[in-house]
Design a protein around this ligand. Structure first.
Ligand SMILES: Cc1ncc(COP(=O)(O)O)c(C=O)c1O
Length: 386
């Protein structure tokens, strides 16, 4: 007899990860000495954890410090240091009680969604979007609602779009800078959205994972703009620590205890050793800012080089490390386009269908956080492939 398989098992693949597999296979099949595959498919810094984080972990291990469970909301010393981070970066007073350390931003989403929403609740977001938002909400029985956004709003949601939604959603997810478009909600726009959500009883979830990676525009955190918003952040991007699986949330008062109880049950605690590293990483600005300068140079180089390689229509890349290119004049099937680009030009990028199920067939996302020399070579290879 066939047994029941739960709704969560229907979560679609995260296509970026499938491109990673294809690019690995292509690299492995290359003859010795053949030009390597240029990796622009995944949002993973090529750099390791900052030196200060590595030193802190090495010292802790050398001293054989016990690496047990921590409190479910994380080490108090890390939460206190994060509180100081809000002072340093935003001049904001975010007390330790509002901070929860999580297993990456990914571990924060189920905690936030389960604490804030019920099955059946409608949670809006701009399309294009980061695919796991939709896949996690769906697995939890919640309903993602798409706000189709285009170049007019820099692929971001607006209060006008929210006003047009009927019925009102229960929640809204925003990301600034965002993945895949690399665009931002400027402080006045985020403030307007945060105020609208609070006034209309819509729970705002602000994914701030790309804070620190922005190239000119000032940035605001929802933590200071709304008493009801949940902020999600991570050590994966600016802090260059993807595999350490460590992130955090700023919680509104009504969700502090619910999130703590959920975290105790779902994860017990975030990894202890990664929390030691994260606390030290918060003091490594000099090294990390050098990475940001490198991303900025790679962005500038690609913005100059890619139009000549047939990628003329790109979003204004204000932050993160992505370029989202409209390739509608070259293909109607971005999956096939990316497969050919990998096979023929040796450049791996992600098809837009991952990020926008209705319009993504004509978009490609390039990630430029890889080595700077590779980014220069990518523009040359793509121009020759054109
Ligand atoms: C917008 C966004 N949010 C969250 C995540 C998940 O990050 P983490 O490594 O912290 O789980 C990513 C990863 O790429 C992302 O792009």
């Amino acid at each position: 007899m066939a047994l029941k398989v739960g709704r969560g098992a229907a979560a679609p693949p995260f296509l970026v990860m499938e491109v990673v597999t294809a690019a690995n296979a292509r690299q492995a099949a290359l003859a010795p000495g053949a030009p390597h595959v240029i990796r622009m498919e995944v949002g993973q810094p090529a750099t390791g954890a900052p030196a200060g984080a590595v030193a802190a972990v090495t010292a802790a291990l050398r001293e054989r410090a016990p690496m047990g469970y921590t409190e479910a909301l994380g080490l108090r010393s890390l939460r206190a240091r994060l509180s100081r981070h809000y002072q340093d970066w935003y001049g904001a007073d975010v007390p330790l009680d509002r901070l929860a350390v999580t297993v990456g931003a990914s571990g924060a989403f189920p905690l936030a969604f389960l604490a804030a929403f019920d099955p059946g609740d409608r949670v809006a977001m701009a399309a294009p979007f980061y695919p796991p938002y939709v896949n996690i909400l769906t697995a939890l029985g919640m309903q993602p609602v798409m706000l189709e956004a285009g170049p007019e709003t820099r692929f971001q949601p607006s209060v006008a779009m929210l006003e047009r939604l009927s019925p009102r959603p229960d929640g809204l997810i925003v990301a600034s800078p965002c993945n895949p478009a690399g665009t931002m909600l400027h402080p006045d726009e985020l403030a307007a959205i945060a105020a609208w959500c609070h006034a209309n009883g819509v729970r705002l979830i602000s994914d701030e994972i790309y804070h620190g990676l922005h190239y000119g525009h000032p940035i605001a955190t929802a933590a200071t703009l709304s008493p009801s918003a949940v902020v999600v952040n991570s050590f994966s991007k600016y802090f260059s620590m993807t595999g350490w699986r460590i992130g955090w949330m700023v919680l509104p008062e009504d969700l502090q205890r619910p999130v703590e109880c959920l975290a105790q049950n779902l994860f017990i605690s975030p990894p202890h050793i990664a929390q030691v590293a994260a606390e030290a990483a918060l003091d490594c600005a000099e090294e990390l800012d050098a990475n940001v300068a490198r991303y900025r140079r790679s962005r500038d180089l690609l913005l100059r080089g890619l139009p000549g390689a047939g990628f003329e229509r790109m979003c204004p890349a204000e932050g993160a490390f992505y370029l989202y290119a409209d390739v509608g004049e070259r293909t109607n099937d971005s999956r096939d386009f990316c497969a050919r680009m990998l096979a023929e030009a040796g450049v791996a990028a992600s098809p837009g269908v991952d990020f926008d199920r209705t319009r993504g067939h004509r978009f490609v996302r390039f990630s430029y956080c890889g080595p700077e020399a590779d980014m220069a070579m990518a523009a040359e290879r793509l121009a020759a492939w054109r």
